[in-house]
Ligand binder design. Structure first.
Ligand SMILES: [Zn+2]
Ligand SMILES: [Zn+2]
Length: 344
């Protein structure tokens, strides 16, 4: 095996990445990620011993298909599983929006396994680097979203220490993992985290996750109040609709979109274009309304797994179709400009 070839760990990670961006079931993906985690700490000799003795499947988390991938890669061959996936799934996820995608420097909305994501913080960061991002904002959920293991103030404080450690480890790469949150918008429009913690973050995405069906007047008041909160930077998936996927479908919340988007302009808050195919949020009519009102935008992946970071392709295609000026998309900005905007 030479250094030029795909290592077994890299082959397993690449397979997981391609499966995640194709929205495959997470259990399928988990097998490859846990196999990678198992062999990562092994020495070359230890790994060689298992490959030649055919005992890889004795190791925890390694099944027959992962063992085949490891064995092929160790012998310097492209694993069949990987070759098939590259053939079927590599390349842009959406035909449009390529120029805009190239102009994006990062992603403002992503989750790790600290809340309801599937991978550790550092794996999200490594993948963001591989995608060419300059920055990634880690935005795990806030305490009230218990189903998603939302972070208490204490856990968030601990997470910030981990973000510092990851950045230290990546020092010199030019990439920055930024501190963020996807904070729940409570019924009265207040935010579900202490001001003290919100102040320690680089950027905050505020989203509605509860009582999506409240009446339009109340929802409008709730969202306008949230947008006017001094810490709010991005209004996440504004309608909350689901249009496809294994969580089923649901209609978007009803609210006076003009009022909400005008409040975004007034408070210098970006309207998120959520790239997830399940969401496609805001719907096209609202996207065009926000464009005409003069809003800023962010194009976010809302990734819950490393491969989903690539879903930005979908959001870029929609933004391009809506004719949105890239200069108004805050994640085309360099990190310094983004940070000074977010800290106002
Ligand atoms: Zn959300
Ligand atoms: Zn999210």
């Amino acid at each position: 095996m030479t250094g030029e070839q795909l290592t077994p760990v890299a082959a397993l990670r690449r397979i997981a990445f391609l499966l995640e961006r194709a929205r495959e079931d997470t259990y399928k993906v988990k097998a490859f990620r846990s196999a990678a985690a198992t062999i990562l700490p092994l020495s070359d000799d230890e790994l060689a011993g298992h490959v030649t003795a055919g005992t890889l499947t004795d190791l925890p988390g390694i099944g027959a298909s992962s063992a085949r991938v490891i064995t092929d890669a160790w012998h310097g061959e492209v694993p069949v599983r990987l070759a098939v996936l590259e053939e079927e799934h590599a390349g842009p996820l959406a035909p449009g929006g390529r120029e805009l995608r190239a102009a994006l420097r990062g992603d403002l909305h992503t989750h790790s396994d600290w809340s309801d994501g599937g991978s550790p913080i550092e794996e999200m960061a490594f993948t963001a680097i591989e995608l060419g991002h300059d920055y990634l904002v880690l935005t795990d959920h806030s305490p009230r979203l218990k189903v998603a293991r939302g972070l208490s103030a204490e856990r968030l404080a601990r997470q910030l220490g981990v973000v510092d450690a990851v950045n230290e480890h990546l020092g010199g790469s030019g990439f920055r993992l930024l501190k963020g949150i996807e904070v729940d918008i409570l019924d009265d429009g207040s935010l579900d985290q202490t001001d003290e913690m919100l102040a320690r973050l680089d950027l905050r995405v505020a989203s509605v996750h509860s009582k999506l069906a409240m009446d339009a007047d109340a929802m409008t008041r709730r969202m306008v109040a949230a947008v006017a909160q001094p810490f709010t930077n991005v209004l996440g998936h504004c309608t909350g609709r689901l249009v496809t996927g294994n969580r089923g479908v649901r209609p978007g919340s009803k609210f006076d979109a003009r009022k909400v988007f005008e409040a975004c302009v007034e408070n210098d808050v970006a309207v998120e274009i959520n790239s997830r195919p399940e969401r496609r949020d805001p719907p096209t009519k609202l996207l065009e309304l926000a464009r005409d009102i003069g809003c800023l935008f962010s194009i976010d992946s809302d990734a819950h797994a490393p491969g989903q970071l690539d879903m930005l392709d979908y959001g870029c295609e929609r933004a391009e179709q809506a004719g949105i000026d890239p200069e108004r998309i805050v994640n085309t900005w360099p990190a310094e400009r983004l940070l000074s905007w977010a800290s106002r």
